[in-house]
Design a binder for this molecule. Sequence first.
Ligand SMILES: *Cc1c(COP(=O)(O)O)cnc(C)c1O
Length: 357
Amino acid sequence: MRPARALIDLDALRHNYRLARELGGGKALAVVKADAYGHGAVACARALEPEADGFAVACIEEALELRQAGIQAPILLLEGFFDAAELPLIVEHRLWCAIASPWQVEAVADLATDAVLQLWLKLDSGMHRLGLSPEDFRAAHARLSALPHVGPLVMMSHLARADELEHPRTNEQAALFARTVEGLAGETSLCNSPALLGWPQVRSDWVRPGLMLYGANPFPDHHELAQRLRPVMTLESKVIAVREIEPGEPLGYGARFVAQRRTRVGVVAMGYADGYPQFAPNGTPVMIDGVRGSLIGRVSMDMLTVDLTDHPQAGLGSVVQLWGNEPTIAELAPRCGTSAYRLPCGLKRVPRSYLNP
Ligand SMILES: *Cc1c(COP(=O)(O)O)cnc(C)c1O
């Protein structure tokens, strides 16, 4: 069997969730959209359900996957519904729903139901992606609050630049949010992972951690609090072939690596079709039997190559860790021109095994 695999440590996931909730000081929705950022939404939700205040996903398809797996906890649809025809299913499955556009407000108002909808009214406080303008927000709050089939509203917004710790935008967004919700009834929700870790003055009743649950530092640099996170995913495979090449000999597609010395090459069963970054440069860190080493040569679809010259103990069958506690996805991502969000999300083909269920 191909040795590529992703190990998902559910204890680390629980640890990170507890840290997020502790930092938030209130309730925390575990964001498990996009298959829990590639970690497996059902398994992650099952591991967190006994303690999580709820979950958040991008769309009803993701929510129904969790319901069908038996998850009973609240699930918020972060983008609400895409079509009013989804509303009966939202009612049937007791889903919470973000409302971010005037047409969604009207669709809720037009709904005939005996149930009570749990809605999160979303303000565009400066990200300018989803959300109501401050004027529309206050009008929508009044309109929805008056409907018998709408429960107490939660008021939310999303931060665009919380990962830039020196940038004034986060405080501006938080101030606009505070001004807009002033005097309105309902709980609030503002913080994503970088806000939880980096902006202690920005707080709300509900926090929405995503990336930090999976143990990744959301900041470009070392961050003290982020050190307390535990990486959840370890991506590893094994050396499946070893050869030595002479100085001057090229390695792999396009001869991106040319040996400067007699080089012992290990071929590893892991490629970009598994989600490993295709454009990882020569020298990208990997762990070879627990010792730091380097990628050499272009990453292929199913294989990549590492330098074993300085790893005389390593050989056929050696375990190569592509990411995990070292290198972390936060370290790897910028070297490969991608982000810590993108790396685990891109996982494909590799079977996942769950530790500490
Ligand atoms: C994805 C998402 C989050 C989680 O963001 P992280 O940066 O991963 O913590 C929170 N809120 C909304 C609205 C989102 O779309």
